[in-house]
Design a protein around this ligand. Structure first.
Ligand SMILES: Nc1ncnc2c1ncn2[C@@H]1O[C@H](COP(=O)(O)OP(=O)(O)OP(=O)(O)O)[C@@H](O)[C@H]1O
Length: 218
């Protein structure tokens, strides 16, 4: 598995000020990359720009060295994006949410697999409960079940640790590690301490902080 998401000289202005300016970044196979910065520094905006959800930016984005406007389809086929809200359908059960998501992204797997994945994220016994009747953490777990349900090389995750408990955090950390160990990559924002996960690339946003640095946690 070899792939690369690259941004060059990326800038984004909001309300007459730059959230980031001249930003370069590289996300490739095996990378765990964290976008960090204070509230309002542009982390969500950056992830959305990279994933093609916002078009009002300057600079260039490439997928496998091809300009994104030409590589969009291939890029999306490799991407799993999770926004900072869980994005589950309130009226659908946990199980139906997964089936709905699979249909949306054109992936097939069995009902048995969906049961298994819900069990893996701690939702055994809640498969047939409408999402609206589940807690915030349980709804987040439905969203996280997508990580196990479909295989995509690049994960872009906006605050994936929000609302989950200690056991959920440990399980998600293991899932992130497994993704990079098998040659995938993770680009995420989080206020959670990622030190136990080892080598992390960090993109710092905020006043005077724009840029990429490498953080090594041994
Ligand atoms: N559509 C928009 N129009 C104008 N300004 C916007 C728009 N979307 C976001 N902003 C502004 O851009 C800034 C960055 O927002 P963003 O959500 O990217 O920050 P963030 O770093 O993810 O913050 P947080 O840590 O609070 O989630 C904020 O000041 C926000 O008000």
């Amino acid at each position: 598995m070899s792939f690369r998401l690259t941004a060059r000289n990326l800038s984004c202005e909001r309300d007459g000020r730059y959230l980031f300016e001249g930003l370069d970044l590289n996300v490739g196979s095996g990378d765990l990359v964290r976008v960090e910065g204070p509230n309002g520094s542009g982390k969500t905006t950056l992830l959305k720009i990279l994933c093609g959800q916002l078009g009002d930016y300057e600079g260039e984005i490439f997928w496998n060295e091809q300009p994104m406007r030409r590589a969009r389809g291939l890029f999306l086929a490799n991407l799993l994006y999770m926004g900072h809200t869980p994005g589950v359908k309130a009226g659908l059960t946990a199980l139906e949410n997964l089936a709905w998501y699979q249909a949306l992204v054109g992936e097939k797997s069995s009902e048995a697999r969906r049961f298994k994945v819900l069990e893996e994220v701690g939702l055994a016994g809640f498969e047939d409960v409408p999402a609206a009747q589940l807690s915030a953490g349980q709804q987040r777990r439905i969203a996280l079940a997508r990580l196990a349900l479909i295989e995509r090389p690049l994960w872009v995750l906006d605050e994936p640790f929000t609302a989950i408990d200690r056991h959920g955090v440990a399980a998600l950390e293991q899932r992130l590690l497994a993704q990079v160990k098998r040659g995938g990559s993770v680009l995420l924002t989080t206020h959670h301490d990622l030190a136990p996960l080892g080598r992390i690339k960090s993109i710092a946003l905020g006043p005077g902080a724009s840029g990429e640095r490498h953080v090594h946690h041994e």
